[in-house]
Design a protein around this ligand. Structure first.
Ligand SMILES: [Zn+2]
Length: 144
């Protein structure tokens, strides 16, 4: 589901989304001094205050730490939808919308994977791409 096609695409948040070869990657920051990961990538490591933080892709799979079902929102969001906090194996926690999963099926500890989808258009009519989560597909276990 990471295939985005050959259209003109712009990331919703360029500091944490890399789009290349028709695929998206969610980016974190890894400290060169202590190895800690952060999301989004910081200027300075929050653990050791080291200034050498390299931007690198996260694994893209994690487990649901907690979730909520949103029933009232601003007009651009169709309700109800599920928001999840996802714990990545790198040690970061990322908030996002859960898709392709009915609200009653969400469970804490559920494996999920990042997907990239159009979330709107910018002023030039280019498609804006953001990240979401969906239940992890067992067939792709370990293949990234
Ligand atoms: Zn550090």
């Amino acid at each position: 589901m990471s295939e985005l096609g050959p259209h003109a695409l712009v990331p919703l948040r360029p500091e944490v989304i890399r789009l290349e070869e028709g695929r998206g990657k969610l980016l974190g920051g890894r400290c060169r001094s202590c190895g800690a990961w952060h999301f989004p990538p910081p200027e300075v490591c929050a653990r050791c205050h080291g200034a050498e933080v390299e931007v690198a892709p996260l694994s893209g799979r994690g487990v649901v730490y907690t979730y909520t079902v949103v029933h009232q929102s601003t007009p651009e969001f169709r309700t109800p939808y599920v928001l999840v906090y996802v714990d990545f194996p790198e040690g970061v926690r990322v908030l996002g919308q859960l898709v392709r999963c009915p609200a009653e099926s969400v469970r804490i500890g559920m494996p999920v994977e990042v997907v990239f989808e159009e979330v709107g258009e910018d002023a030039e009519g280019r498609k804006v791409v953001g990240w979401r989560f969906q239940p992890a597909s067992p067939a792709r276990e370990g293949s990234g």
